[in-house]
Write a protein that binds this ligand. Structure first.
Ligand code: NAD
Length: 360
């Protein structure tokens, strides 16, 4: 514990229920606690089967299932969901699925003020944040608004049993990125640091177990527990270079969300580590390793995840544009962000070099 404590921490009124089978056994009770009698269930097409099971469990409290969620919440998809909620006379929304489904639920909450219950099926962590995103005219807008923070989150490891191993791995590293950036965020705090370190520890242990035995409920539970902690860290702090860079790579170059986080994280941490020693040490401690960026890179490699931006389809000619865009925005980061610094980081990530190649 440091002697020079100086922090603010705001907790939000979120109820979390965590238990195998909770999607069906706990969601109806969560709706009752919030006084909801006419909820609309939102989900993606691939997750519609699970969402319908949740809708059946909700029984007469459910007024419909809207299965149109898409990645990055296109504005017309949000409009259609808002219309469906209004047409059904919904008094609340239940989002079942990954970050895309929860993102759609947040869009409905933002526009209508309806309370949201989240039943996550990936490790994205969106359910623990007041951050919303909408894609329009080829660009993604994001913002923070207390109305979109789910009022209740139902974690059910059984829902994640069907998550394919490659997606489990990249989604898990996406969660790790939330914890890593929370450790050096300007608004970090002792509680966030505890959650971040334990989140990294839990996921780093669980992901190899999930990859080895995807149907292990124990491993799935440990991974989801880590995702909860990492998502809580994201909700409580301001994002830095890593998230901004992934945002540019996803928004401008259409790279896939979780895979991009997985490739970039070791390089972003290697870049920031000289200016964020305590954070890098905490990550290393949680990983049981000497060098945190190298350990993250090796973990992704061992689990068969993509390790270069070239593999994800980014062209070398795009690197300078991405670097300029990322350096051109204003945000807090422990190390000053310059176009040259980001370009060096991106070059190493593009080739998939060991993260020690990033200038310290
Ligand atoms: P996703 O929700 O798009 O899911 C990825 C794919 O996995 C989809 O095809 C989905 O149908 C499938 N899937 C989900 N759960 C499954 C399961 N249990 N079994 C089988 N298939 C399953 O992806 P994601 O990585 O969860 O979320 C990414 C989105 O969330 C991005 O738009 C990102 O910007 C957003 N996000 C937002 C926040 C926030 O705080 N606002 C945080 C993290 C991510």
């Amino acid at each position: 514990m440091r002697d020079d404590l100086d922090f603010s921490y705001e907790s939000r009124p979120v109820r979390v229920v965590f238990r195998a089978g909770a999607a069906l056994s706990a969601t109806p009770g969560e709706a009752d606690r919030l006084g909801l009698r006419r909820v609309l269930v939102v989900c993606g097409t691939r997750g519609a089967h699970t969402a319908r099971a949740v809708a059946d469990a909700l029984g007469p409290r459910c007024v419909g299932v809207h299965d149109r969620a898409r990645m990055h919440v296109p504005a017309e998809v949000a409009d259609a969901a808002v219309r469906a909620a209004r047409a059904a006379g919904a008094d609340g929304c239940v989002a079942v699925g990954g970050g895309s489904s929860i993102g759609l639920g947040k869009a409905v909450a933002l526009r209508t003020g309806l309370p949201l219950i989240a039943v996550p099926s990936t490790y994205s962590g969106s359910e623990m944040t007041p951050v919303w995103g909408l894609t329009e005219h080829g660009g993604k807008r994001t913002g923070r608004d207390a109305r979109v923070q789910p009022r209740s989150v139902v974690y059910d490891p059984e829902l994640t049993l069907s998550l394919p191993v490659p997606l489990s791995v990249t989604s898990g590293v996406n969660a790790l990125a939330h914890a890593v950036e929370a450790l050096y965020a300007p608004d970090t705090s002792p509680l966030v640091q505890l959650m971040a370190e334990d989140g990294v520890r839990a996921l780093a242990r669980a992901l190899p177990e999930v990859a080895g035995e995807p149907t292990s409920l124990g491993a799935r539970g440990r991974a989801l527990y880590g995702a909860w902690l990492c998502g809580s860290c994201l909700g409580a702090t301001t994002m830095g270079l890593h998230h901004k860079l992934c945002h540019v790579l996803g928004g401008t170059f259409d790279l896939p969300h979780a895979e991009t986080h997985t490739v970039v994280l070791p390089y972003a941490l290697a870049h920031n580590a000289p200016a964020a020693r305590d954070a890098a040490d905490a990550v290393a401690r949680a990983l049981g390793a000497a060098d945190a960026p190298t350990a993250l890179w090796e973990l992704a490699g061992r689990l068969g995840a993509p390790r270069s931006l070239a593999e994800l389809g980014l062209r070398e000619a795009d690197l300078a544009v991405a670097a300029a865009q990322t350096a051109g925005q204003a945000y807090a980061n422990p190390r000053p962000v310059t176009a040259d610094g980001v370009l060096a980081l991106l070059r190493a990530a593009h080739e998939g070099l060991p993260p020690t190649a990033v200038a310290r």
